[in-house]
Structure formats: C-alpha cells, structure tokens
Design a binder for this molecule. Structure first.
Ligand SMILES: [Zn+2]
Length: 74
C-alpha cells in the first residue's frame, strides 16, 4: 500500500550480443573466429592470453604462440 507503484516495471536494456563481432566480411567472403569444436559452429571461443575458452561447455583450448618458441624436436 505504502509502496509507490506505477504499474510498469523499469525497463532494462539487454546487453547486445557481441556475436556479430566474430564475423568478418572480406569482399564476398565471410570469415569466422574460431568456434567451439564441441558445441559446433555458432559458439565461439573466448580469447585469452594463450588459450581459447568456450563459455558454453567450458572447453579450454591452448594456443601455442608461434613466435615465442619455434618448432622444437618432438
Ligand atoms: Zn563449447
């Protein structure tokens, strides 16, 4: 009763999906950022320092930087 009510809920803007930033259009070619091998295309991996992380299945993929160490004997 004492509460002030206008009947309308305050409108909150949803965060815009940044998924479109994962797509790059070069000429007539569309290149995509690396997507999750487990979740399939459409689910992109988040970039971290030296790894990629999937926010959906929590898959972590390590990326070896080519610059820091050249191909060593296996
Ligand atoms: Zn995934």
């Amino acid at each position: 009763m004492a509460k002030e009510s206008k009947g309308k809920k305050p409108h909150k803007n949803k965060k815009t999906s940044k998924k479109y930033t994962m797509y790059k259009i070069e000429g007539d070619k569309i290149t995509r950022e690396k997507s999750c091998p487990r979740c399939g295309p459409g689910v992109f991996l988040m970039k971290a320092d030296n790894r990629l992380y999937c926010g959906k299945c929590h898959l972590t993929e390590f990326v070896a930087k080519k610059r820091s160490f050249e191909k060593q004997k296996e």
